[in-house]
Design a protein around this ligand. Structure first.
Ligand code: NAG
Ligand code: NAG
Ligand code: NAG
Length: 303
């Protein structure tokens, strides 16, 4: 680019010099032929060099500050944005890389897939591609192209995610009798934090009616919500499948195995010292709403 501009500059200089010599040469005579030659020369100069100069200085370019990596939620509208400066009479298109599919040209949507839509306000620099109900398979590379020769492109990566629930221990947890069952359930990629996260043991909902004491539950809600279940002094009765069920995301389960320890006596001794042991029914639920309006930094919910 710099080199090209330099080239144009020196061509300009030579041309000016050329015109100047012409003027000097022609200054002695007043012949109409010479003035015509000078006139033609300067016209050609304007036509050839100024246009070339203008072409490189005013070439269209992308505003590189627009996001290049967009995360969206399954089923929630998402917008890929492209901002073009100096577009002039060129056209902006959106292309999907996966199958080199032309999705939009200018303000027109070219694909038969009704979920895609070209968005552009007259005289604005923004050329957006909106996907009304994105699916996982829409994830991948997209490119905004300007119809220069050769065309220039601005790539945007789209990542479509769906609500996800994970229990940190995985599908199985082995613990010694007398120790604490500690399960952490994490819920991500939901449009809003879950309003409830319910734990069940087998088919029993773990709640205030549970006869067993020594259970606590701590829930934190936000962009990523977590619920931690602690079951103290586990016995064989506490073994089985534990399920974490958020109201707006799939459930996740883990199977807990309670092993009779190698040193059960030592464990029981340890337990006896605990004041918790004296309480026949101790059940507590703490719910901390560390809740602020979720700021999906990288999630764009469409307009
Ligand atoms: C885009 O961002 C996501 C997380 O926000 C990341 O996992 C992924 O690797 C990024 N992709 C690219 C191509 O930068
Ligand atoms: C844009 O305009 C220039 C003249 O200013 C012309 O040479 C060129 O073909 C036009 N390009 C398009 C895509 O219309
Ligand atoms: C439960 O496990 C988490 C890590 O998974 C840990 O940070 C936390 O301290 C544990 N809580 C108890 C009471 O053991």
């Amino acid at each position: 680019m710099g080199q090209a501009v330099g080239g144009v500059k020196s061509a300009l200089l030579i041309s000016l010099l050329h015109g100047f010599l012409f003027l000097i040469a022609g200054s002695g005579t007043e012949s109409p032929l010479d003035s015509t030659t000078v006139d033609m020369s300067s016209r050609r100069f304007r036509a050839e060099f100024l246009q070339e100069w203008q072409g490189s200085a005013d070439a269209p370019y992308f505003d590189s500050t627009t996001p290049k990596n967009i995360t969206g939620l399954v089923g929630h509208p998402v917008r890929l944005l492209c901002r073009v400066k100096n577009l002039q009479n060129r056209t902006v298109s959106w292309v999907r890389h996966r199958d080199i599919h032309l999705l939009t040209v200018g303000r027109y949507t070219y694909t038969s897939d009704q979920r895609f839509e070209a968005q552009h306000k007259p005289r604005s620099e923004e050329w957006a591609l909106r996907i009304r109900s994105p699916q996982r398979r829409d994830s991948g590379q997209y490119e905004c192209q300007i119809s220069t020769t050769p065309p220039i492109g601005h790539a945007v990566f789209l990542n479509i995610v769906e609500p996800e629930t994970v229990i940190s221990s995985g599908s199985e947890l082995f613990i010694q009798a007398g120790s604490t069952i500690n399960l952490t359930c994490t819920v991500r990629h939901t449009p809003e934090p879950p309003t409830s996260i319910t734990w069940t043991h087998g088919d029993q909902v773990i709640n205030f009616d549970s006869a067993r004491g020594g259970i606590s539950l701590v829930t934190e809600k936000g962009l990523k919500s977590t619920s931690r279940l602690l079951v103290q002094r586990a016995t064989g009765l506490d073994a089985g499948v534990y399920t974490c069920g958020p109201n707006n995301a799939p459930s996740a389960s883990t199977r807990v195995h309670v092993l009779s320890g190698e040193h059960p006596a030592a464990m029981q001794q340890g337990c006896a010292k605990s004041s918790l042991d004296k309480a026949s029914v101790l059940f507590s639920i703490f719910t901390f709403y560390i809740f602020s309006k979720p700021t999906y930094n990288d999630l764009e919910f469409g307009t």
